[in-house]
Design a protein around this ligand. Structure first.
Ligand code: NAD
Length: 369
């Protein structure tokens, strides 16, 4: 039986609660599926700072390099508001993204039928929605130099962030977009601002070049200005399949797309690196989009679906277990369809806790299995 090694980094706040839920799902698939999952665990975020004085220890980083995939809960909380900037909880997560070169951030926006009424958009606009935002994660405005605030001679201050992309950085995310689209409905929409930004001109040129010269003729490519893309996402989101865009626009557009479908507690994500030349395996980190939710931490009421669906993405994108991943998606839809709701998605009335929601998903897996 194939075996895969997963590093669990539960983190802070509700992180350990939703990680425990995901671990039950991992155990279920390990016992009932085609692959055995071995799990190891370590600290990241505020809890790592408390234990080691750093947001992630060297030993944990080593484990991250050795693992077949990483599953992270959430980091941060008011307890660590005053720790030095380079040791703040988020520094552990950023270090992992950077050291493992996780340049591609995948954020699906899927509308579960049972929650279609809960969206802020009209039901018919989002019923059946299934789009994937692919955001470049290690370049662009958030990392470009210079990045500074300087005081001018007249006493005013001047702040600079730099939007910078190389051909190679754009080409690798474009390639991934076309490859992902092949496994879906076969359409890529590339979003940038070539009308006002030089980086947008290069982005459009490189995406087109990869498309035309690397044999992606079976996929459809369209270009859209990122501001128009934001408007189209709320006007007619079902026109999209895969949207590929840079770090800054991706940050904004993926939040818009994500919230079309309901609560933060529902949204998984994946961050992927390039495949290893020898083994073909990618470095990968899966995590819910939400944070550590200090307001509900320790109460046993967090929605575990984002974390559980993150494990689903792990099966799909790191281990190629597409049938198992589809089965888990159906189990989540089934649990919601049978009325299971945590407080964040409840329509008033009887909300259940983290454990009960996980029980409901496992019950659906048993039915499907
Ligand atoms: P948050 O996502 O933690 O919470 C926002 C709101 O959504 C809260 O009301 C929370 O109760 C609710 N919520 C979030 N996840 C939920 C779930 N699974 N079930 C039910 N309700 C849920 O964002 P925030 O409050 O802005 O940040 C709290 C802390 O988390 C901060 O320290 C922030 O820096 C950190 N954070 C970490 C990550 C990460 O680990 N990747 C991401 C975002 C924020």
């Amino acid at each position: 039986m194939a075996s895969q090694n997963i590093l669990l980094l539960p983190g802070d706040g509700i992180g350990p609660e939703v990680s425990a839920a995901a671990e039950r799902i991992i155990e279920w698939f390990s016992a009932n599926g085609s692959t055995k999952f071995e799990t190891e665990r370590d600290l990241v975020g505020g809890c790592a700072y408390d234990a080691h004085g750093e947001a992630i220890s060297e030993a944990a980083v080593e484990k991250a390099f050795a693992a077949d995939a990483i599953l992270l809960g959430a980091v941060g909380g008011p307890k660590w508001d005053k720790v030095p900037y380079d040791k703040r909880p988020e520094a552990g997560l950023l270090r992992l993204r950077k050291d493992l070169d996780l340049f591609a951030n995948l954020r699906p926006a899927i509308c579960y039928p049972a929650l279609a009424k809960a969206s802020s958009l009209k039901q018919e606009l989002i019923e059946g929605l299934d789009i994937l935002i692919l955001r470049e994660l290690t370049g662009g405005t958030y990392f470009g130099e210079p990045k500074e605030i300087v005081t001018l001679e007249n006493g005013e201050k001047r702040a600079v962030d730099t939007q910078v992309y190389t051909t190679g950085e754009i080409a690798r995310i474009a390639r991934m977009a076309f490859e992902l689209a092949r496994t879906r409905s076969g359409k890529v929409t590339s979003m940038e601002k070539h009308n006002v930004m030089r980086s947008g001109v290069l982005w459009k040129e490189v995406v087109t070049n990869v498309y035309e010269t690397e044999g992606f003729g079976d996929v459809r490519l369209e270009h859209m200005l990122a501001d128009a893309g934001g408007m189209q996402l709320v006007r007619n989101p079902k026109q999209f399949d895969v949207i590929v865009t840079d770090n800054l626009f991706g940050d904004l557009l993926s939040d818009v797309a994500a919230m079309l479908t309901g609560s933060l507690g529902m949204l998984p994500s994946a961050s992927l690196g390039l495949p290893d030349a020898a083994t073909g395996k990618r470095k990968s980190l899966y995590e819910p989009v939400h944070g550590s939710a200090p307001d509900i931490a320790g109460k046993g009421v967090a929605n575990p679906i984002a974390m559980i669906a993150s494990f689903g993405m792990c099966m799909r994108y790191s281990f190629g277990l597409v049938e198992e991943a589809d089965m888990l998606d159906r189990a989540i839809a089934g649990a919601l369809g049978s009325g299971a709701r945590t407080g964040d998605i409840a329509d008033g009335g009887n909300a259940m806790g983290t454990t009960e929601m996980t029980d409901a998903i496992i019950a659906e897996l048993v039915k499907l299995g």
